[in-house]
Design a protein around this ligand. Structure first.
Ligand code: SF4
Length: 321
């Protein structure tokens, strides 16, 4: 018999506003009867992709797969100016879902290029956001892990900028490293506040519970960072992609209070499904009996207008089992 009696979903989870907006653009275009495509997966979540497909929205890998006159949604990560120009030249209806924060990064990069800085971009080399950013600063030096940093040349004027979802601690450490490698260092902090707040909330939750579950894509940098933070907090943690990955009740040990958090591409509704699964798998007898209702209550505790990142309909929060 399990011991879990309460599962709390952290505040400010669910899609970030950039992802949500790109999805909304695609849905709106499809609802208006336009043949709609997204260039690349709008979010790395198979359930969401299936849902979009059921609404007639196709994911394509290249612009060549889109017929002239059809709509193509640029996802939140953004693309290079060259891709944007090509889409327009091909007569496609371009719906730009590039996140406003990413647009700021792109502008900042263009400015740094104009100012003549040697640019260091902290990011995951083949991540779509980084690929798009390099379209604005082709000579930027992309570095990720600390082992990479040694190849940054010494130079007089250097600028540091970051992919939006990089952890702040790494950005700060790289900034400190660069101080010793140049005469002038310009730092443009482009780490997204959504990422920072999500990490703070996860740290808070991890400090308060016996066990954490992090939900998100296996290769998602921001998801992995949440897992790392739980480990730093000393809280046992399990990173999963979905409720289907939860099989073993023993994984929860003697935990009574469990926290659930998710990456910026994880719909908050998935966290409710995961919460229910935890109650069913590792809950007390009473919790198991009321798993569905308890999971809904866990979601509604954070799904109010103060913290919201989903379209969960408003209704009174169930308070009793
Ligand atoms: S994480 Fe931030 S920058 Fe990236 S898409 Fe979401 S809101 Fe935009």
């Amino acid at each position: 018999m399990g011991k879990v009696r309460d599962v709390v979903i952290t505040r400010r989870t669910g899609f970030c506003y950039g992802v949500r907006e790109a999805i909304d653009y695609a849905k709106t275009a499809a609802a208006e009867g336009k043949p709609t495509h997204t260039l690349g997966q709008v979010v790395h979540n198979e359930g969401v992709i299936e849902q979009l497909e059921s609404q007639g929205i196709r994911t394509v890998d290249t612009l060549d797969e889109v017929h002239e006159g059809a709509a193509v949604v640029i996802r939140a990560h953004g693309v290079t100016p060259e891709v944007m120009d090509r889409a327009k030249a091909r007569g496609l209806e371009v719906i730009d879902g590039t996140c406003t924060w990413v647009i700021q990064e792109q502008r900042a990069l263009s400015q740094l290029v104009d100012e003549g800085y040697t640019i260091v971009l902290l990011g995951t080399p083949r991540h779509p956001e980084v690929v798009g950013l390099l379209g604005f600063a082709p000579d930027a030096i992309v570095v990720d892990e600390e082992e990479d940093w040694g190849r940054i040349p010494r130079t007089k004027r250097m600028a540091l900028i970051s992919q939006s979802t990089q952890p702040p601690w790494k950005f700060e450490r790289l900034a400190a490293y660069l101080v010793g490698r140049c005469h002038e260092l310009k730092i443009v902090n482009t780490i997204c506040p959504v990422t920072i707040r999500r990490q703070q909330d996860t740290m808070e939750a991890a400090a308060a519970v016996d066990f954490m579950v992090v939900v998100g894509g296996r290769s998602s940098a921001n998801t992995k960072e949440l897992t790392r933070l739980c480990q730093i907090a000393g809280t046992p943690v399990l990173q999963i992609e979905s409720a289907a990955d939860l099989h073993d009740p023993d994984a929860f040990g003697d935990a009574e209070l469990v926290g659930v958090t998710g990456g910026t591409s994880t719909p908050i509704e998935d966290l409710q499904v995961v919460t229910r699964r935890i109650y069913e798998l590792a809950g007390t007898a009473e919790a198991r009996d009321h798993a569905a209702r308890l999971a809904e209550a866990s979601l509604r505790r954070v799904a109010d207008s103060t913290y919201r990142t989903s379209s969960v309909p408003s209704s009174p929060v169930p308070t009793e089992v």
